[in-house]
Design a protein around this ligand. Sequence first.
Ligand code: HEM
Length: 501
Amino acid sequence: MFPLILIAIVTVLIFYRYRKPKHFPPGPPRIPLIGSAPFLTKYPTLYLRVNGLIEEYGKICGFYLGSRSIVILSDLEMIKKVYKTEEASQRPKNAAGSLRFGKPDGSDVKGILFSSGPAWREQRRFALKNLKDFGFGKSSMEEMIQHEALKLCTHLHKTSGQPTQLDSYLNISIVNALWKILVGEELDVENPRHLETINIINKLVRSSGGVNHPLAQIFPPLIKMFPKFFLKDVTDVIKTVRGITTPLLDQHKQSFDQHHLRDFADVHIQAQLDAQPGSSFHGEQGAQNLEINLLDLMIAGSETTSTTITWGILYLLHHPDIQERLHEELDSVVGRDRIPTLQDEAKLPYMSATLHEIQRSSSIVHIGVPHRTDVDIELDSFVIPAGSTIFANIMQVMHNPEVFQDPLIFNPSRFLDESGKFQPNPNVIPFLVGKRICLGSSLAEKELFLFFSLLLQTFSFHPVPGEKLPSYSTKSTVYTSNSIIRFCPHYSLIVKPRNQP
Ligand code: HEM
């Protein structure tokens, strides 16, 4: 009898210990130790899980993975309210942080993308200011992007009339523009070391990494116990990237001249030299922050932009009428004798509306980058407990049928008013909102405009006869992906120069 009573008491205590906190957002049940995992298996991918849950439970829902609470917000006002607070602008700790010079418990991660607290704030502020000074928004930057876009056009001319693919070469152009600002080097695809740099950055972005393994999600301590299994891919890639950046930064230090700061790496080295103890620029951590900043900016800034353009051309292949209207607008405003500039943008409302619609429809960072909250957050009648991981369902906000009529249809005209003027919609939030809003949004918008308008001025794009184009439906492309990036499905196309018959 006594053992039975003991088992009953222990069971009650375990269930009490692992019960959901009061006012936790609605969601699947929580089982001690494993959390809500058994109730999530019906959703095979991250995207389907997020959207299945919000369909079932509403615009705020929560569940547990092991002992970690996860909350998904799908309402713009809620996202704004939470993400404007410093406390909910931390990143979740995980063992992969040790690859970014973090502590084994996942704290003290270096860089910008996955760091938290005062060091994140300091590095972010510095990057924002100095990337601006190095060209974000300056005309030199415009020329640099145009130079890369023209090189892309030269390459595409060579494929004229033949089936080709956009993704790899487009990606190289975008990586190149960024690499030049960061370390002053122009990447040359003929150079094996440069080609390795480009390939490895792509691999890093695309590798979901073992941390997404279902077992690692339920029992994160397993990552620490079996790092070789769970972190192998990411470790290999980061090792290779560091093999490239370390000698490059050594060269920078040797040839450093404080009167002639050449690029982002140089201004960071100068800040390290000026830093006081306690600053994230001081001593060894200053050098570590620079190395991880380079990695983070390349990860966050390359595939995102090129994937958006690849989606954009796919939409145009499906909608030749929209492509024709863009050609007409470009011909009447810019003509064909000079290339489009940022100054033209205000006079190209249909182009602006199309780019806005490409960002809305593609929703490439569909659930954002996860946040963590340090404190309990009250939201309507719910409480998000301190320590929770929070996702913002950008895709849902940008496909909300109450805001966007026929949200699954690609239709740039939804952003034009009666007089044909471009009217951006505040629900289009590809860069998210709040304290951690994308640091490269201004660069990304310039790149999107300059690349897209030059490509459209120079070429017309056509499906390959007899080949089926992949659908752009939101469901078909996310079924198989566990990534936080919605990559565009591969497709072939025919590129025809517009100045030839
Ligand atoms: C179309 C292109 C892009 C999209 C859709 C995009 C979107 C995003 C999103 C959704 C976030 C997460 C914000 C959050 O956690 O609340 C983010 C963060 C970030 N993005 Fe972008 N991004 C793009 C291009 C770029 C570019 C070109 C750069 C820089 C070169 C960049 C640098 C960053 C960085 C450093 C962060 C981390 C900010 C932080 O944690 O404080 N992104 N981006």
